[in-house]
Design a protein around this ligand. Structure first.
Ligand code: B12
Ligand code: SF4
Length: 461
């Protein structure tokens, strides 16, 4: 057992531009700030607490706090380590908070996990006051890391880390993935500002809301980890982690917990890919129906899962409570889909959208403009596919993120002359930050906006 006296502070960063791209979420309460639980950090905090270590969570996201807002907290309390987990887009926020922590507590190690440390460990450690980056899944690594720090042993013994050792950076061998993810304890959200999350959870349901919003109490559930695909703009392109899914029994047990504890009536399956093929859909749907869970949910899948031969399966999923499925088209141009290594095609996408429409499941999709092959014609193709599919669409522009093939391409082709300046500017993806195309940014955005205003007029009608 690790020393009981250890105390770890977890900081959940404020996601100021969490309004994702083109979806116009209900913004009545928090301006454009859509609030969603930080599931990954909750898993980490839970693992640490279960190892007998004291934890505290400062929930900046729930309170919309800046680094300055938590300065007093850092000054007046003492901790053995600080843990932060967030996306690449919060690099600037994390850099500022790490600087502030070091000013007051120079000896407290700052540990960062999630996609930020996994995607850009060297830049993060070299350019900020962060001491240790946890790479990939952190559930086991964080506990071993804290034990090692506590016992004063060398961090080189801990797999899945990048850390500062004097003037040099050390990367330890990769942490093997957790093969059976049913063994991972459910995340405990008691240290998060649950009243605020539950109160605002309804605003994370994208329009057109398939349920009366005021009735919604939504909780996130992570049903699968990893992704079997390697799209060239995606975090998973360089992860090489095996796709794993929890058993339906295990998922339903967690859903039951949120029903009992929070009166949840809506589950957001925050997975890369909730469903890859037919069997898991059927298994989960059967179990939700047999156990009379009476739960609405959103999940994600690929665009080739449903066709007219599987309309009964879609119907069953609807009967089980599925209100919406997210699956990404990304582009209507086959050339761009190939460049993205997307391994889907627009025809399947259209068919699936029609099948889901026929059974009453809303379909949500996203498109990314601005790949190097983008032209007026490919933009037209994308909007033509969207019009035919009648899916609800989130429109964004490519913001290459570190370690992905498209980021490497952008670097090699001089599209990102100053890496750090670019990474500090990352944010909401509804505006392009770099131009990878042969169009000017004004031309591309103007052409896209022409379609977007036409779509909003049709939707308003
Ligand atoms: C939920 C979600 C969101 C939520 C945010 C929730 C929150 N409060 O953090 C919302 C909807 C707001 C969101 C927005 C966006 N998102 Co998002 N999102 C997700 C999603 C679907 C699930 C995250 C999750 O719960 N995972 C499950 C947990 C178990 O995994 P995990 O978070 O990775 O946690 C593990 C490790 O990372 C690590 N870890 C995590 N935290 C910590 C902390 C410490 C201290 C340590 C040691 C370790 C550690 O251990 C955990 C357990 O093993 C992921 C995809 C995915 N499945 O991960 C994308 C993902 C994180 N999002 C992504 C993107 C691109 C975006 C947007 C840019 C989308 C857009 N087009 O606008 C925006 C950015 C908004 C912003 N301002 O930053 C990318 C991130 C890419 C990157 N390189 O950072 C992902 C990976 C999707 C993808 N495949 O590309 N997103
Ligand atoms: S299918 Fe989705 S999650 Fe998987 S690699 Fe492609 S974009 Fe990423």
């Amino acid at each position: 057992m690790v020393g009981k006296t250890l105390k770890i502070l977890f900081i959940n960063p404020f996601l100021p531009s969490a309004l994702t791209a083109g979806f116009e979420f209900d913004t009545r309460i928090r301006g454009n700030h859509m609030l969603t639980l930080n599931v990954g950090m909750a898993y980490i905090a839970t693992a640490v607490e279960r190892a007998g270590i004291d934890i505290e969570v400062v929930d900046c996201d729930a309170h919309m706090w800046s680094p300055a807002d938590i300065e007093m907290h850092i000054r007046t309390k003492s901790y053995d380590a600080v843990g932060i987990g967030t996306m690449v887009f919060q690099y600037s926020w994390v850099r500022d908070v790490a600087r502030m922590i070091k000013e007051h507590r120079p000896d407290v190690p700052i540990i960062v996990g999630s996609t930020l440390s996994t995607s850009m460990p060297e830049m993060l450690l070299e350019k900020s006051d962060v001491d240790i980056g946890v790479l990939g899944e952190g559930d086991i690594t964080i506990v071993e890391l804290l034990q090692t720090l506590d016992e004063g042993r060398s961090l080189s013994e801990v797999r899945g880390l990048c850390y500062k050792d004097g003037d040099r950076l050390v990367t330890t061998p990769a942490r093997p993935i957790i093969k059976d993810i049913n063994t991972i304890p459910f995340p405990n959200y008691d240290h998060f500002e649950m009243e605020i999350y539950l109160d605002r959870s309804k605003y994370s349901i994208p329009p057109p809301a398939p349920i009366e919003l005021d009735d919604v109490i939504a909780m996130p559930v992570n049903m699968a980890r990893g992704c079997p695909f390697r799209c060239s703009f995606c975090f998973h392109a360089f992860q090489h982690t095996q796709y794993r899914r929890r058993s339906p029994e295990n998922v339903i047990e967690e859903i039951q917990l949120w029903k009992d504890k929070y009166d949840a009536n809506f589950i957001l399956f925050w997975d890369e890919l909730s469903f890859t093929h037919e069997r898991p859909v059927r298994e989960l749907a059967d179990m939700l129906i047999d156990r009379e869970m009476n739960m609405s949910f959103f999940a994600s899948c690929r665009s080739e899962l449903f066709n007219w031969d599987r309309v009964d399966l879609a119907r069953k999923l609807k009967q089980a409570g599925c209100k919406g499925l997210a699956y990404s088209l990304e582009s209507g141009s086959d050339e761009i889909l190939e460049a993205m290594n997307k391994r889907n095609c627009s025809r399947d996408f259209i068919t699936q959208s029609h099948v889901l429409e026929a059974v009453g499941i809303k379909s949500y999709t996203s498109v990314i403009f601005g790949y190097p092959q983008e032209t007026f014609q490919t933009i037209d193709q994308t909007f033509n596919v969207l019009a035919e599919a009648r899916s609800y669409t989130c429109v964004s522009y490519i913001q290459p993120t570190p370690a992905t093939p498209i980021y490497e391409w952008a670097l090699e082709n001089g599209k990102i002359p100053d890496e750090e300046a670019y990474l500090l500017s990352l944010g909401e993806a509804s505006k392009p930050l770099v131009n990878l195309t042969n169009l000017t940014l004004d031309e591309m955005v103007g052409h896209v906006d022409g379609y977007r205003s036409a779509i909003s007029k049709t939707e308003a009608a």
